[in-house]
Design a protein around this ligand. Structure first.
Ligand code: CS2
Ligand code: MG
Length: 407
């Protein structure tokens, strides 16, 4: 890329090869193409419009090499800063520009981030079951695939639908297709009666070495979270995730006072400022911010840098509802960031791998971004065009009395 290269187009591709993905394509005058993931599960079209209507026109003519200046321009220039739509849009631009810079220098992005600090990135995947026997079978299946770290989620007696539990033979996709969210019934008391026993059975089954994780998915009060964390201490979890909605980060002080079970929070956070108290007061052990939803590689590295000062590690969100472009970007950060601990990897349906042809690879419980220039993902636009967007929403949850709670 010469010093005179400029951005000549920024196009948004919405495709649905089994589920909706939003991808930003930035092209330069010298023919370089960069890809950025802009998928926000359940609000995909909001990000597509933000990019098409308010960001793309501002990118034309800009220097693609000026990644940080573009980040600052889009973050400070919007005035109405932060939030998932804005930060996902900025994240998509950031990923695409890092992709371009890698291609222009013929380097995988991790080399531009300081080079590898490890040989491969530890990953975890999901095991799930409507009951404990099904969960144990799912744990066995994931261990046979080589995973050393596995998240365990089960159904709860008395509840028809529970977060994280899908059909045993298909991946779990939380967003239901249709014009409105599915409404689920949630019962915290039933969950707290069931979870400790189910997870203790999982630990008994897999033995002491497998890293077990569990996601409470924002549903507990601080004291309920403290009780659950204490009840799980003998299960020796790698982490207990999203124990409570963390808009009020100070409530984690209560949880922290009562349990040493490691805590992970952050997948719904979009900037370092939302993680600041959690990190600087060491209220968490792992920060979960996702490269797509937290402003891209440039901002995820800022979060990592703050976390490193306070001995907090990164465990980025990596569900099937961010694209293989996002996973690639997260792995380039993971390979080059000292306090990066683990990458979530739910896997993708075969068609998704055809639409997003990637250089990253999985083996023996670890991932590697590959050494292709840039992020190492190319989008098959013709194939993507065959799968138009389909309305899909994440569920909502109500208590048994009908009042809304957190899904
Ligand atoms: C979950 C996600 O992977 C996780 O930790 O919290 O599955 C989350 O529910 C989805 O990404 C929401 O779209
Ligand atoms: Mg989660």
């Amino acid at each position: 890329m010469s010093k005179h290269d400029t951005i000549v187009s920024a196009d948004v591709i919405v495709t649905s090869p089994g589920r909706n993905f939003v991808t930003l394509k930035i092209t330069t005058a010298e023919g370089l193409v960069g890809w950025g993931d802009a998928t926000l599960n359940g609000r995909e079209l909001a990000v597509a419009s933000y990019l098409r209507d308010h960001v793309a026109p501002l990118l034309i003519g800009r220097d693609p090499a000026r990644i940080e200046d573009t980040w600052q321009y889009l973050y400070r220039g919007v005035y109405w800063r932060r939030g998932p739509v804005t930060m996902t849009s900025i994240g998509a631009v950031d990923l695409a520009l890092w992709d371009i810079k890698g291609k222009a220098t013929d380097q995988p992005v991790y080399q531009l981030l300081g080079g590898a600090v490890r040989d491969r990135v530890l990953t975890y995947t999901h095991a799930t079951g409507w009951d404990v026997p099904q969960l144990l079978d799912s744990l066995d299946a994931q261990r046979e695939r080589g995973f050393q770290a596995i998240r365990a989620q089960t159904g709860v007696p008395g509840l028809d639908i529970v977060y994280g539990v899908g059909s045993p033979d298909a991946g779990y996709e939380p967003a239901g297709r249709g014009a409105a969210p599915v409404e689920e019934v949630w019962d915290t008391a039933a969950y707290l009666r069931h979870a400790p026993g189910a997870l203790a059975a999982a630990r008994e089954h897999v033995g002491p070495e497998v890293k077990l994780l569990h996601d409470a998915h924002h549903r507990l009060t601080p004291n309920e979270a403290a009780r659950l964390g204490r009840a799980l201490e003998d299960v020796d979890l790698f982490w207990l995730e999203d124990v409570t909605p963390a808009e009020n980060q100070e409530v984690l002080r209560h949880v922290r006072r009562h349990t040493t079970t490691p805590l992970a929070i952050g997948e719904v956070f979009n900037t370092v400022w939302e993680c600041q108290t959690l990190i600087t007061e060491q209220l968490i052990d792992y920060v979960r911010t996702c490269v797509t939803h937290a402003g891209g590689i440039s901002h995820l590295r800022r979060i990592a840098a703050l976390a490193e000062v306070w001995q907090v590690k990164l465990g980025p969100h990596g569900p099937s509802d961010v694209s293989p472009v996002a996973l690639a970007a997260s792995l380039h950060v993971g390979l080059s960031t000292p306090n990066f601990a683990i990458q979530e990897y739910m896997g993708y349906e075969p068609l998704v791998h055809e639409v997003f042809r990637h250089d990253w690879s999985y083996a023996d419980g670890h991932l590697h971004p590959g050494d292709a220039p840039g992020l190492g993902v190319e989008v098959d636009e013709a194939l993507a065009a065959r799968y138009p967007y389909e309305p899909a929403y994440l569920p909502v949850a109500r208590r048994r009395d009908g009042s809304m709670t957190d899904w």
